[in-house]
Design a protein around this ligand. Structure first.
Ligand code: CP
Ligand code: NVA
Length: 302
């Protein structure tokens, strides 16, 4: 049966760890300049209903490294943008491509697409989740800290798609996570409830200091995500104080690493100084999108 990559909660820890192991191998081969054509002759369709820099480039470059080809489709230039039903688009694309990556608004769209396409479907970000990014983040943690277990993770900021995927990750992998959001900007209630049922070790607070104290991994994201641009001003007020800055870094573990999925609004959710500072692993994190997604594609489409 085909497997999709729509949410981390659909996967077991063992299978995700296999993806990390393959990532390590593919990254090493890439750095040594060795060919690794695991998807020779295969095609990935990429549907974008939102903007992207990293996701688009890393999937496209990744398919090329694997000996395959990637097609960029923006909703504005396809029949999807004119209202063609998902089930028709999905079934046709499945006849041409070996896999599809979608970035869109509703998680339901990727779920529906996956149900109707008999090829693997990868979630390249929805309003609810960003699973490829959190896989890249965890791989970066492994590189810098040796493993991802026994570390305390801290999320400061919006309870958005990234926060929801971190909650799923905490439930699947079992690490400790502390999430600080302003009141009214908590993560998705159903995602939190499911993680709790699975016994996830997560603290929810409205106090960034409580979340950051002693943490090994500090993570944040923009205050207004794609689609929320009209709320920017109101969010700037609500999120004041929910910033990763030198004071927050100072109360975290002295060996902490700082992450941000990018794009960042420097001096809003994170200071310019911290992005450029010694704790930041942000550009390794961005690079690892490439390596992790190659492993995800090779696992699903190989
Ligand atoms: N982090 C991330 O997904 O970046 P893009 O929006 O540039 O793809
Ligand atoms: N939360 C952000 C992530 C961007 C990669 C957004 O959805 O815009």
């Amino acid at each position: 049966m085909k497997k999709d990559f729509l949410a981390l909660s659909d996967w077991s820890r063992e299978d995700l760890e296999k993806i990390f192991a393959l990532t390590l191998e593919l990254k090493a081969k890439h750095k040594r300049g060795e060919e690794h054509p695991l998807l020779k002759g295969k095609t990935l369709g990429m549907i974008f209903e939102k903007s992207s820099t990293r996701t688009r480039v890393s999937f496209e470059a990744g398919m090329f490294h694997l000996g395959g080809h990637a097609l960029f489709l923006s909703s504005g230039n396809t029949q999807m943008g004119r209202g063609e039903p998902i089930q028709d688009t999905a079934r046709c694309m499945a006849r041409y491509c070996d896999g599809v990556m979608i970035r869109t608004f509703s998680q339901q769209v990727v779920e529906d697409f996956a149900r109707h396409a008999d090829i693997p479907v990868i979630n390249g970000l929805t309003d609810l989740y960003h699973p490829c990014q959190v896989m890249a983040d965890l791989f970066t943690v492994i590189e810098h800290k040796g493993n991802y277990r026994d570390l305390s993770y801290c999320w400061i900021g919006d309870g958005n798609n990234m926060a929801n995927s971190w909650i799923n990750a905490a439930a699947v992998f079992g690490f400790e996570l502390r999430i600080a959001t302003p009141k009214g900007y908590e993560p998705d209630a159903a995602v939190m409830a499911r993680a709790e049922k699975l016994g996830a070790r997560i603290l929810y607070t409205n106090d960034p200091v409580e979340a950051a104290r002693g943490a090994m991994v500090l993570n944040t994201d923009v205050w207004a995500s794609m689609g929320q641009e009209a709320e920017q001003k109101e969010r700037e007020k609500a999120f004041r104080g929910f910033q990763i800055n030198r004071d927050i870094v100072a109360i975290a573990d002295p060996g902490c690493i700082v992450m941000h999925c990018l794009p960042a609004h420097r001096d809003e959710e994170i200071t310019d100084e911290v992005i450029e500072g010694p704790h930041s692993v942000i550009f390794d994190e961005a690079e690892n999108r490439l390596h992790v997604q190659k492993a995800i594609m090779a696992t699903l489409m190989g």
